[in-house]
Design a protein around this ligand. Structure first.
Ligand SMILES: Nc1ncnc2c1ncn2[C@@H]1O[C@H](COP(=O)(O)OP(=O)(O)OP(=O)(O)O)[C@@H](O)[C@H]1O
Length: 572
């Protein structure tokens, strides 16, 4: 709640404007029945001048109320827009500080829903607050008191109406609230299934899973429909119910005040005014109920946003750090790491050093911890035990910008962003010149196909690089990695989609061009690391051997076994 209040407070001038408008609206709404009463009384008295005079006042007061209502709607919409934009931006900024494991903790899809749907819920709540939070209680209390004073004898009619409307509102909105929360849950599921299905469309098609997927989607979609229909039914009951209650109140008032009117003709005006106040009392309770229902949904959304804001990034940087990585010497000192929620460590007591400019291969069976080690070099995760240093600087003390400039991580799953080829490559070095773009793509064996594109380096890249093949995406992503001539380059299985010849060319180009870079080649295939200066062999999270290819063939049974299983496959 404090999150919301702080954001609303930032809109001070709009807030004051809205309060002023609310004052005019409430005054107009409370005054109009009284003026109507006066007009009717003057009509009874046949005083035309007075009728015109009070009639004009009534029109002016109603006009002011209407105008203030319009202005307040505009101001409220602006406040709601600003508050939600601020919340969305703050939440997005916070997410940018998250580590890999923070993101995994929420899941990317869930974060998107929070940034969009939950922010919209809060925006609706702010709109409602600005329009009704102050107006409705004052209108309710004001109308209640004025109705009591208008025909005191009918006090009990007011009480009966309040209780009746209150009970109906609680019942109907309570039921609706339950259905709304089910609609929200079903919507989340529909979104989830649709997203998963579309993202994996090729797999769905190739495994002929379309029917199963349709069935799964239909089940959730049917649930969504059922709850939406239930809400529709409740709405269809709601309007006639309130119409009935108001009709009974009007007829009852006329019936009960007939005797009074017979004695005193001025009571006719009072009855009209009284009925107006009754309607305002009823409307305030209905709007109050709607506000409660919306608020309960929006508060859930607000707490989901607060959860993001309250999450501390588990990899933080010392903003003031002046520790600069001067060389590509990498050292792991007794490093262990366990993913949050896992029962056992993925890396255990890993120690090794890699010399500046050397090529280090990392091999091991699937799940042995290769990718985890790769990501730790780029400080995607911090060790649960031990220290990692690059150029003598402990990664925990490193300056963030310097670390990002010094270490480049190229993942197997090449992620590209919508834009142009050049924009994507410049993620690796903001101010890279055309020559640098060409040099980098030459190393990654990407230059040839980029040159073949109609617009060369300004050719468009679609979202996630959908208009490129797996191998092309990997080449672009390697270009992005090498463009800044990092001190450490980590290639995590990033040539897996390249044919053996291209892979060899990339490896040779890296060796010739990046002599000042320590290169880690994480690979499934022994052929990718045979030429490395040093090879780390991982087995079940442990470093079981280190050495060159020929040394390991003799000293490491694990390496030998991997080699034997891959024998016959091309070792270039
Ligand atoms: N994000 C994660 N959350 C929890 N556990 C994880 C996560 N990523 C990996 N692990 C676990 O850590 C261990 C090592 O995984 P890692 O991806 O580092 O292995 P790998 O050697 O790179 O495997 P592969 O060759 O199949 O890519 C595995 O047991 C895996 O289940």
């Amino acid at each position: 709640m404090s999150l919301l209040i702080n954001k609303i407070k930032e809109q001070k001038s709009s807030l004051l404007g809205s309060l002023l408008m609310t004052f005019f609206i409430v005054m107009s709404q409370l005054w109009q029945p009284k003026l109507l009463q006066k007009v009717l009384t003057e009509v009874m008295k046949d005083d035309k001048d007075k009728v015109i005079q009070v009639g004009i006042t009534l029109l002016v007061v109603a006009g002011i109320g209407l105008l203030a209502g319009v202005v307040n709607t505009v101001i409220s919409a602006r406040i709601a827009r600003e508050v939600s934009a601020g919340l969305r931006e703050d939440t997005f900024k916070k997410i940018q500080t998250f580590s890999f494991s923070n993101i995994e903790q929420f899941s990317a899809g869930n974060l998107v829903v929070r940034l969009t749907n939950d922010v919209t819920q809060v925006q609706n709540l702010v709109m409602m607050i600005m329009q009704s939070l102050i107006r409705i209680p004052i209108l309710f209390i004001g109308s209640f008191i004025l109705a009591m004073f208008t025909i005191p004898q009918l006090w009990w009619v007011i009480i009966v109406l309040v209780v009746l409307v209150f009970v109906v509102v609680m019942g109907l909105f309570g039921l609706m609230g339950k259905h709304f929360s089910m609609i929200q849950k079903s919507l989340d599921k529909v979104n989830g299934i649709a997203k998963e299905n579309l993202a994996g469309m090729r797999v769905v098609k190739s495994f002929v899973q379309a029917d199963n997927e349709t069935k799964r989607f239909e089940e959730v979609s049917d649930k969504l429909t059922q709850h939406t229909i239930a809400v529709g039914r409740l709405f269809s009951i709601m309007i006639p119910t309130f119409t009935l209650i108001s009709s009974i109140a009007i007829i009852g008032t006329i019936f009960l005040s007939a005797d009074l009117a017979a004695k005193d003709i001025e009571v006719v005006g009072a009855v009209a005014s009284f009925m107006n106040y009754l309607m305002q009392i009823m409307m305030s309770i209905i709007i109050g109920g709607m506000m409660m229902m919306m608020a309960s949904r929006a508060f859930v959304s607000l707490s989901r946003l607060k959860e993001i804001m309250d999450t501390e990034p588990d990899v933080t940087y010392n903003e003031e750090s002046t520790e600069i990585i001067e060389s590509g010497d990498v050292e792991f000192a007794n490093v262990s790491f366990e993913y949050a929620g896992d029962e056992r460590p993925s890396l255990e007591h890993i120690s090794f050093s890699a010399k500046h400019g050397s090529v280090v291969g990392v091999v091991g069976a699937t799940g042995s911890g290769k990718s985890t080690l790769a990501q730790m070099i780029a400080r995607m995760y911090d060790p649960t035990e031990g220290d990692i240093t690059i150029g003598g600087v402990n990664l925990k003390d490193a300056n963030k910008i310097d670390l990002r400039d010094s270490v480049a991580l190229v993942l197997q799953k090449a992620i590209l962003f919508s834009g142009t080829i050049a924009e994507n490559l410049r993620h690796g070095k903001k101010d890279a010149s055309t020559t640098e773009l060409e040099e980098a793509s030459k190393i990654a064996q990407a230059k040839e196909f980029i040159d073949r594109q109609a617009e060369g380096y300004t050719s468009p890249v679609e979202e996630r690089g959908a208009n490129f093949s797996g191998g092309q995406k990997q080449r672009l992503s390697i270009s992005r990695g090498v463009i800044g001539e990092p001190k450490v380059l980590v290639l995590d299985d990033s040539t897996s989609a390249l044919d053996a010849r291209s892979e060899k060319l990339v490896r040779e180009a890296l060796a010739q061009q990046l002599t000042n870079t320590t290169t880690f080649i994480i690979a499934q295939k022994i052929s990718s690391v045979v030429h490395a200066d040093n090879i780390l062999v991982l087995d079940d999270g442990k470093l079981v051997a280190t050495g060159t290819h020929s040394e390991l063939l003799i000293t490491s049974p694990v390496y030998r076994e991997i080699y034997d299983t891959q024998k016959g496959k091309e070792v270039v």
